[in-house]
Write a protein that binds this ligand. Structure first.
Ligand code: BG6
Ligand code: MG
Length: 216
């Protein structure tokens, strides 16, 4: 295969553990609505868009709402979430991520974000990571949810590369499938059990160097 010339990173769960803040904000809303919602339910929201996450929570409580009502609730959840991530600190960048990004830059490999989040720029600002990225493709630029490859194909296009020259780093199965659907290799970040469809699985970036790219 071609040499890897571009790396695309999912944000939540790959660069920073924001899942706990999404959970806090969704639990508070679910409580208000009288819907039981636990950490296992929260697993289903990973990689899923804001509105789709709300739909999952409403279905847990067998509740139906108009689009207008849902938009108000999604806004309310986001306000709570933004309050949490407003306090994000650089120390919350997952171990080894910054070093890995730096190594990619040193080697001239392009870097893009490929995330469903509409808060991605805010988060990258808080973590002082924006300068590492050649492009940022996020929920503000795309409309189709992973496993649709739209987000990653847009990143490939913006980096002016081909799919087969890029690798995606993902913590969610839907994201692994999205990358494969777009013709890219995938390195799963998390447990082998959840991400067995990925080409390689790593637990995290600690101790990982760009040598891993030649193993694909
Ligand atoms: C994904 C998260 O990255 O972004 C999901 O894994 C989240 O949990 C989605 O729902 C949308 O995020 P936001 O910040 O636009 O509400
Ligand atoms: Mg993720």
């Amino acid at each position: 295969m071609n040499k890897i010339k571009g790396c695309i990173f999912d944000l939540d769960g790959v660069i920073v553990d924001t899942a706990k803040y999404h959970y806090l904000a969704w639990s508070s809303l679910a409580k208000e609505l009288g819907i039981a919602f636990n950490e296992d339910d929260n697993e289903r929201l990973k990689g899923v868009s804001r509105m789709e996450s709300l739909n999952i929570i409403l279905s847990l409580g067998n509740r139906k709402m108009t689009l207008e009502e849902k938009e108000l609730l999604a806004d309310k959840k986001n306000k709570k979430y933004v309050e949490c991530i407003d306090k994000l600190k650089e120390e919350e960048i997952l171990p080894g991520v910054k070093e890995f990004l730096q190594e990619l830059r040193n080697e001239g490999i392009k870097i893009s974000l490929g995330s469903a989040s509409k808060n991605s720029r805010f988060i990258l600002d808080k973590l002082a990571l924006k300068n590492y990225f050649d492009c940022i493709i996020d929920g503000n630029k795309i409309s189709k949810a992973k496993p649709d490859p739209e987000v990653f194909l847009a990143a490939v296009r913006e980096m002016e590369l081909k799919s087969e020259e890029c690798v995606v780093f993902e913590d969610a199965l839907a994201g692994v499938r999205a990358a494969h659907n777009g013709g890219m290799k995938v390195i799963g970040v998390g447990s082998e059990e959840n991400l067995s469809e990925a080409d390689i699985v790593i637990k995290g970036f600690e101790g990982i160097s760009t040598d891993i790219l030649s193993k694909l």
